[in-house]
Ligand binder design. Sequence first.
Ligand code: SF4
Length: 319
Amino acid sequence: MYNLIILKYFHWTYIAGMFINKAFFYVEMAKRVQSPSSINTYKQCPRKYFFIYNAKLETSENVHTIRGGVVHDVLEKFFDMPTEDLDRENFINRFTKYIRGLFDKKWDDAQKRLKSIDLSDEEISHYYQDSLVMLANWLNQFFNKLKIVLDDKKKTVEEAFKEIKPKFREKEFRSDMYSVRGFIDYIEYENGKVKVMDYKTSKADEMKPEYRLQLAIYALLFNEKYGRHPDKVGLWLLKHGERTIDVNDELVALAKEELELIHVNTESDNIEDYPKNVTPLCKWKTGQCEFYEICFEKENIPKNHKEKLIKLDLLEKLD
Ligand code: SF4
């Protein structure tokens, strides 16, 4: 009799447990996949996050995103250069010509997008020159590295190039456990040490909190895939050079805390749970947030945004 009751109890406990586990599973599954960029957008302004990731309003490109994309592409493709016929006499010339050719091609490809953002020819030319200076700076540092391997290890140019070539370039990492993903620009393995790096075309020479968080997330993603911390994470600031930080438990804990927080903060689909954060980033001397009209000048909301807001029944809910 008791056995039967115990069996029944366990049976229902088991079914209830399965149900609870499944419920948790579905809650986990329902989490939005975040990225360093989505988290930093939320931290800058929850309302902006809502417009981009919940309402999925159209976002426009700007010169920094287009130029950043071109430079990133060039640096990624650079390492595909054929190197069989390089030698110690011709390599500087050949690498320089190759990167210049890549850049000119990518810049030409981006012309239509650059023209669509209302820049004058002088401004476009300024960004072209500025990008060339960044690439020249990068190439200089690349030559320094290459020369160290050439001189110290007495290798051929082809062997030295192979040795300093990043192990991974533009690689996607994803964590189902933390519901986050990121594209890592490159990963280097040097003397058994691992360095996870991101290129930046920004002017400032500083490890801003948003960069630190991005790198912390990369360290977490790397750790989850390979079961160990990378030794360093860092930025290749194309105007200034390489800046790295050591990876430790504290850095990875920062990523975990911020991920837990963003998942809790973005569970809701209600615009009221995403307050405006009014700062100088709403409007500045030469520009404004692309959602400025929605927040502060409702009579001037662009047509594409207005239509989408009406469709989502959000226009009346705007404060
Ligand atoms: S205008 Fe300001 S408050 Fe509105 S979404 Fe942009 S940053 Fe946020």
